[in-house]
Design a protein around this ligand. Sequence first.
Ligand SMILES: [Zn+2]
Length: 80
Amino acid sequence: MKKDHVDIPAPSSRFYKVECADCNEQQVVYSHATTRVFCNQCGNPLAASSGSKARIEGGHVKGAVDHVAEIPATTGAEPE
Ligand SMILES: [Zn+2]
C-alpha cells in the first residue's frame, strides 16, 4: 500500500539571512559557502568556509531563507 504522505527530503544546504554586526545590513548567505562572504555595505566578513558548512563570524543569523517563490503557500503559516 502506498504511503499517504511521503516526506520530501530536505537538502542539508540552506540560505541564511545574516545581519551584519557592523552596519545591520541583512544579506543572504549560503550555508555551505566555500568562500568568505563579505557584507555588501561595509565589507565586514560575515562568513568563512570551514570545510563543509560556512561559519558565521561577522554577523547574526536572523533566519533561514526558503525558496518561497517556488513553493505555493499552502502550509497555513502566518506571513511575517
Ligand atoms: Zn556591514
